[in-house]
Write a protein that binds this ligand. Structure first.
Ligand code: MN
Length: 161
């Protein structure tokens, strides 16, 4: 599509989109559980060892609960929401930075009434995500806050930013 190594500016457009950047499915249908989330790949250059993507969830949407050997570097760009990191739930808001270490369970969830979007930097070459086994899910859900988060319950006062 573009001339290799040509300078390029893609203008920020309406509703958290960028000129010439496609809105793609988050993952292949049926590959993993998720809801109401779309993906835009902002940078994916052969000369870079990383990619920068923008993920946005519609109200009530969520990313896949997963873990993997590669790292995510995330900046919240739109709105506010919550994320599970390991066995803790955190409220996050615009411009917060989130580092997700290797083999750390993670999931992002939008609030019920607003869109929630984040930038995610990731290795271009990376391992496939793992989904939790029934036993791993049982261990995660042993924490009441985590169970409520996974069930999509509204944020409690203790997890509200
Ligand atoms: Mn991930």
């Amino acid at each position: 599509m573009d001339t290799p190594n040509a300078p390029l500016i893609r203008r920020f457009a309406e509703a958290y989109s960028w000129d010439g950047v496609d809105h793609l499915p988050y993952k292949e249908d049926g590959a993993a559980p998720f809801k109401a989330i779309a993906r835009q790949t902002l940078f994916s250059e052969a000369e870079l060892a990383c990619e920068l993507r923008y993920f946005e969830m519609a109200p009530g949407g969520y990313s896949t609960l997963e873990r993997h050997g590669h790292v995510h570097a995330v900046m919240i760009l739109r709105g506010r929401g919550r994320c599970l990191l390991g066995n803790a739930v955190h409220a996050v808001a615009q411009y917060d930075l989130v580092t997700i270490p290797p083999w750390t369970w993670h999931q992002f969830r939008a609030p019920a009434d607003a869109a929630f979007g984040f930038l995610c930097m990731v290795n271009a070459s990376r391992d496939r995500p793992q989904l939790p086994s029934a036993e791993e899910l049982r261990i995660l859900r042993a924490d009441a806050d985590v169970a409520a988060f996974l069930d999509g319950a509204a944020a409690s006062a203790s997890t509200e930013a």
